[in-house]
Every structure is written in C-alpha cells, then in structure tokens.
Design a protein around this ligand. Structure first.
Ligand SMILES: [Zn+2]
Length: 210
C-alpha cells in the first residue's frame, strides 16, 4: 500500500525549523521579508499537500467505476470519446500530437497517464524530503480535466448500465467530490464543466446541510 502519511510533514518541519515562527525577536526584526517568504512557501506547501490528498481518491474512484463498466464501453459501442452535448475529446499525445480515439482508448490513456503521474516522486512527492514541483497545480488541473471528461462520458453513455449495476449513487458521490473540489480550487474551466452544470447544482443541493 502506498504510504502517504508523510505528505503532511513539510521539509521545514523535518529540519526542525518552522518558517512561520520567528527564531528570535531580533531575527524577526532583521529579516521580516524572509519570514514572509517562508509563510508563503508553507501556505503553498499545505495547499499542494491538500490537492494531492484529494485528487488521489477521486482518481481511484473514477478508475474503479470505469473498470466495472468497461465491458459496456467498447470501441464499437463508443467509437468516439464524447460527453453530453455531442462534445468530443481528442487525445493529445506528448509533443501535442492530436489523435481521434475511441472512448475506451481515451479512458485507458487517461488512467495510465494519471497512474504514472501520481507514482512519479518528482511530480507527486510522498517523501518528506521531496518538494512539490512548481508546476504541481497545472498537473492537478490537467488530471481533473481528464477525469471530468471521463465522468461526463459515463453520465452520457453509460448511466443506464450504471443504474443496472446499482452504481449510480457511487457515481453521484464521486461527481459531488469533483464539484466541491473544483469549486474550492478552480481547477477545470467553466466552459468545460458547464455541460454537467444542471446535475452539479442538483447534487450540491442534495449534499448541502439542511
Ligand atoms: Zn463508453
């Protein structure tokens, strides 16, 4: 089992120095700007650690639903990677080469890309000594966008089978996780998510405290 217990142990804590606390009153007076920089670093670290903690179960849950319905999502049933409103998603290979692929192929590329990314210590650090890359938020945004394409495809093309398998409550719960996560961190652009906006509103009403 992957160990994520260290992700909340920032490097400054391991070194025994908390940049948010002045080492001495004189140091604080002499170097106020240094303390501000450390405070920003700590804030960025905690936000990255939170993103990491939230994105991994979202990926695992979407992947699990895809595996369960994979027998219904084939290159003949789903020759295009589509979502509601006839939206089509080509796959962009490395170096930006665009390719039209079937939905199962697209989903396979998505899951492989995310699996490789979250297990790459340089991109998703789990060891206290490793720092988050400066592009970490961009990577999380990309993962969220890809997961949203998959969720939208599941709703548009496989909801009937998902209901038959009694997985609809699970899918709605996963989508609620995505909606709240995305609202808090502004990860996927509105023009992408608007296709499931009505559903997002309905789901939010259901999960809001009465
Ligand atoms: Zn499909």
């Amino acid at each position: 089992m992957t160990s994520y217990q260290n992700i909340f142990v920032p490097p400054w804590m391991v070194s025994g120095k908390d940049p948010t606390k002045a080492e001495s009153a004189s140091a604080s007076l002499l170097e106020p700007e240094a303390h501000e920089v450390h405070h920003d670093e700590r804030k960025l670290y905690l936000e990255s650690a939170l993103l990491e903690t939230l994105i991994i179960p979202l990926f695992e849950n979407v992947n699990e639903i895809c595996c369960t319905v994979s027998e219904f999502c084939t290159s003949s049933s789903c020759p295009d990677m589509n979502g509601p409103g006839m939206r089509l998603h080509p796959w962009y290979h490395e170096k930006g080469k665009k390719a039209k692929v079937s939905a199962p192929q697209y989903i396979d590329y998505v899951m492989t890309f995310i699996q490789n990314t979250i297990h790459d210590e340089t991109m998703f650090p789990t060891k206290a000594a490793n720092l988050f890359p400066s592009s970490f938020t961009i990577i999380v945004k990309k993962i969220c966008e890809l997961l949203f394409h998959v969720i939208a495809h599941l709703y548009e093309n496989h909801f009937k089978e998902i209901v038959l398998l009694s997985l609809h409550a699970h899918l709605n719960c996963v989508f609620a996780h995505f909606v709240i996560f995305n609202e808090n961190f502004q990860l996927v652009k509105k023009h992408e998510t608007e296709i499931l906006q009505d559903l997002a509103v309905a789901i939010k009403q259901n999960v809001s405290p009465q």
